[in-house]
Design a protein around this ligand. Structure first.
Ligand SMILES: Nc1ncnc2c1ncn2[C@@H]1O[C@H](COP(=O)(O)OP(=O)(O)O)[C@@H](O)[C@H]1O
Ligand SMILES: [Mg+2]
Length: 260
């Protein structure tokens, strides 16, 4: 393993609806397709990543909630298979919402996920953490155990809102708790070629983030929005669609990050 291995990746942005979950599911699915062993962890009480992969959260017994709530629980007890080989998930249930207030003031409350993942981290090529739209203690847990962060940014108005706070938090975590948090990359999402606004925001991202911007650009795509309703990632739902091609390119870029 090289020292630059990017294994645990948080997909984070406090702005809701910018494509975090869509990115987590489809990046995970393409990495799994490329023969990487992938674990996805749903850290959002809205459970969209779980539902999008065909899981029915209300039918589950143990979930991410138990990982945070019960000090004795082990991650192996909350890992479920998906319909895709190589892709497993720690699903969320709505109850995960209670965790923020429970562990916020707890000593070491930001280190829970890191501790829980330690025994299994090397069993996977990639562990993707789908964060909720906040900078609360669940997102903190994700950043503390990650080697990298992917920040999906919608190429629409207000896209850059919340970004400074997230980048500040990443810097604080890097200084105080996780010097290994080395890779920070921006992913342009919901790009609409027909609008000047998309082009303008993308140019702003290029100016501000230069080599921290992925070459892959995720287009606005009805197919990407439809896929979760059937519990399928885009590589199964519409493998030839533009959205699929873009997420496949992203997966290749993520793999090449560790080969540098
Ligand atoms: N590239 C895209 N094109 C069209 N719709 C998208 C795209 N990416 C995400 N969506 C849709 O936009 C909404 C928000 O996306 P989501 O991935 O859930 O964002 P987040 O997890 O950041 O809240 C969802 O309904 C999703 O299906
Ligand atoms: Mg989401």
């Amino acid at each position: 393993m090289s020292s630059t291995q990017v294994r645990v990746i948080a997909i984070a942005n406090p702005k809701g609806g910018c494509g975090k979950t869509t990115t987590t599911i489809n990046l995970g699915a393409f990495l799994a397709d490329m023969n990487k062993k992938v674990l996805l962890i749903d850290l959002d009480p809205q459970c969209n990543a779980s539902i999008g992969l065909g899981i029915k959260p209300h039918l589950l017994d143990l979930s991410a909630y138990d990982l945070f709530n019960d000090t004795e629980s082990q991650v192996s007890e909350v890992i479920y298979p998906t319909n895709l080989s190589n892709l497993s998930i720690v699903p969320a249930k709505a109850s995960l919402a209670d965790i923020e207030s429970k562990i916020r003031t707890q000593k070491g409350g930001g280190l829970i996920l890191k501790r829980k993942l330690e025994p299994i981290v090397l069993k996977y090529d990639y562990i993707l953490l789908d964060c909720n739209p906040s900078l609360g203690v669940l997102t903190l847990n994700a950043l503390v155990c990650s080697d990298g962060v992917i920040i999906p940014v919608q190429t629409q108005f207000y896209a850059l809102r919340g970004l400074t706070q997230l980048l500040n938090l990443i810097n604080t975590v890097r200084k105080k708790a996780n010097p290994g948090l080395s890779m920070v990359r921006i992913l342009a999402t919901m790009y609409d070629v027909r609008t000047n606004l998309s082009r303008y925001i993308f140019e702003e991202l290029q100016k501000n983030f230069k080599n921290r911007l992925f070459n892959a650009i995720i287009p606005v795509s009805t197919k990407l929005a439809e896929a979760p309703s059937g519990g399928l990632p885009i590589n199964k739902y519409a493998p030839d669609s533009r959205g699929a091609i873009a997420y496949k390119q992203l997966a290749k870029e993520v793999i090449s990050l560790e080969e540098k």
